[in-house]
Design a protein around this ligand. Sequence first.
Ligand SMILES: [Zn+2]
Ligand SMILES: [Zn+2]
Length: 317
Amino acid sequence: MVCTSDTHTVAGAIGDRENLTLGHEAVGIIYKLGSAVKGFKEGDRVAVNAITPCYLCENCQRGYTSQCQTILGGWKFANLKDGNMAEYFHVNSAQANLTPIPDSISDDVAVYTTDMMSTGFMGAENANIPIGGSVAVFAQGPVGLMATAGARLLGAGLIIAVESVPARIELAKKFGADVVINFEETDPVQAILDLTDGQGVDSAIEALGAQKTFEDCIKVTRPGGTISNTGYHGHGDYVKIPRLEWGVGMGDKTIRTGLCPGGSERMKRLLRLLEQRRVDPTPMTTHTFSFDEIEKAFEVMDKKLDGIIKPLIIFGD
Ligand SMILES: [Zn+2]
Ligand SMILES: [Zn+2]
């Protein structure tokens, strides 16, 4: 699948990259297996998370596998090595990063575990949602939609989504939002405070990567609550924190950040959710392209044309 991160990569958000194959969301069939990789055989159908940590370095051993070796260093495809929008791609530390796909799950469904489900659910997990608690999710792109679904799975009692695009508003409701605030019609901060008796939410999830939504997350989170950032803040030198709503630095508001968690143990759990039909991400697949049309898919994703949410790229027939 093409990811908005791929278009950010092309735009230089992670610095200059040359002669590097794009792509980090893919499933495939094992073509050749290294002699050290146990428990798999050539021909197995597998999912590979966008993030492929080494599981050996100090940060991995400390439990921060997405920060493998260095900050964001778990992200290797199309960042530190060739990505996987290709007929063949190499999986490092394969023993830990290959996950068999159960027969009952087709490729077009399984591919959502490689980034959107893992990242979106991480947004909800990092938000420390109390059972029955209130959550605001800012932006309902594919990551925000999966954060909404994740909040629902984790037992949130009130899920408030913030979005303006009609098709995304509909999907937000489908994935579990109880209320959707259209920020073009209503001030989301005031609306969220009104919905929570002026208290604010227990948890706010930032799923866009913009100053305004990040600030709003801090403004709508009650003391003791958690702001969970999944958005990719690709511009400027600083992200500013609203001082007063932050309790001038003493408001007991936690800000958590993270990058798509990888590894086969997590991938197995994500695939289990698909197998048990706890969630069906496929309504997000708005477009399908053949591999030959990949440049077109990129353009549609980059410019967010034609109501696109996620484009699926298919090899062969
Ligand atoms: Zn992605
Ligand atoms: Zn590592």
